[in-house]
Write a protein that binds this ligand. Structure first.
Ligand SMILES: [Mn+2]
Length: 346
């Protein structure tokens, strides 16, 4: 058996099957022994964060565990229909004996809910920029979604994937692949979706709720960003201010996924969106075509993510940050992107 006192990291690509099997065995035992489990995911939770946390929570509850799912920023309206969504807490209150974090590249991404708590027992993630922060970090970088990893692993960890669990997992898979159109989509994610459908998931309904459905305030908020779009040398950019949110009546502190819509512009090698936050900060989101790696730019500003989708929370004024980030993004495109032409969908 593996030693429990040392942090364990699995990058499957660099480890043998024996190690993978031993790790599965260890996680299975730990989950079997756990009674009260807290599951946490990142701030401004997207579909993969919500879907993965709820799916894991659901599977563990069905196995007789007491589970508390914690998302500092709560669950967006579009995901409120998911099983367990209404019970999600915004801070840890359960006296847990096992702590799980899903879909988070580093400990800062979960916000402040884990401040002063011991290391998580198990971290499951798929971000390229993952920095280990658990006792076990189960990481497969650049796999399409944490929900995909969970779909494959839950049965290996002694847990069943019921229709309810599968529905949450489908949300995560669809959200992170934007419906199988990100450039890291492989046959594996389509097979995973097929497996989930066989558990009874209503794909059309979940697809609509996850990706197509938009509230009037979201569309109006997009409008505020769309009229400010600028395209310079392959970099498409725009800004969403606190005022834009008030004008549109949009209640959240994110971009309402506008960034994913910008990738439809064929001239854009990189899209970047600035979302003004309360307390003198800016959330920056990047998307890029295949061959560019925006997680490198995000990392320079203390953020991270994937090659084609990354973000950073930067302290400071909006105009100052825009200047810095656009300069760095243009610098990156100029050094890496000159010979690149868009030849794929996203
Ligand atoms: Mn994810």
């Amino acid at each position: 058996m593996m030693e429990l006192n040392n942090p364990i990291v699995l990058m499957r690509t660099t480890n043998s099957m024996n190690v993978a099997q031993e790790l599965d065995h260890l996680i299975t035992q730990q989950l079997a022994n756990a009674k009260r489990i807290v599951i946490v995911s990142h701030i401004r939770p997207d579909g993969d964060a919500v879907g993965s946390a709820l799916a894991f929570g659901n599977a563990l509850r069905e196995a007789g565990k007491q589970v508390e799912c914690v998302l500092q920023d709560g669950v967006a309206e579009r995901y409120q229909y998911l099983p367990g969504a209404k019970e999600v807490a915004s801070e840890v209150s359960l006296d847990y004996d096992y702590l799980i974090v899903v879909d988070s590249a580093d400990s800062h991404r979960v916000g402040t809910v884990l401040d002063d708590l011991p290391k998580p027992d198990l971290v499951i993630d798929h971000h390229k920029t993952h920095i280990d922060f658990g006792k076990i970090d189960y990481v497969e970088a650049e796999t399409e979604a944490t929900a995909l990893l969970l779909t494959e692993k839950l049965p290996h960890w002694g847990l069943e994937v019921s229709k309810n669990t599968a529905t949450c997992l489908m949300v995560g898979l669809l959200a992170d692949t934007l419906g199988f159109r990100t450039n890291n989509t492989t046959p594996r994610s389509l097979r995973t979706a097929a497996d989930l459908m066989e558990k009874g998931v209503d794909l059309v309904q979940v697809y609509h709720q996850t990706l197509s459905m938009r509230s009037l305030s979201e569309i109006r908020y997009w409008g505020q960003g769309l009229i400010k779009l600028e395209l310079n040398d392959g970099v498409l950019s725009s800004t969403l201010t606190l005022d834009d949110r008030i004008i549109a009546g949009y209640p959240e502190n994110d971009d309402a996924d506008l960034i994913n819509t910008l990738t439809v512009v064929p001239e854009a090698l990189i899209s970047v969106l600035f979302i003004e936050q309360e307390n003198d900060g800016v959330k920056v989101s990047w998307r890029s075509v295949k061959g560019l790696d925006v997680s490198e730019i995000a990392a320079r500003f203390g953020g991270g993510g994937h090659a084609s989708a990354a973000g950073a929370d930067i302290a400071g004024g909006l105009e100052e940050i825009k200047k810095l980030v656009l300069a760095e993004t243009h610098h990156y495109v100029n050094t890496k992107g000159i010979s690149l032409k868009r030849n794929d969908g996203v």
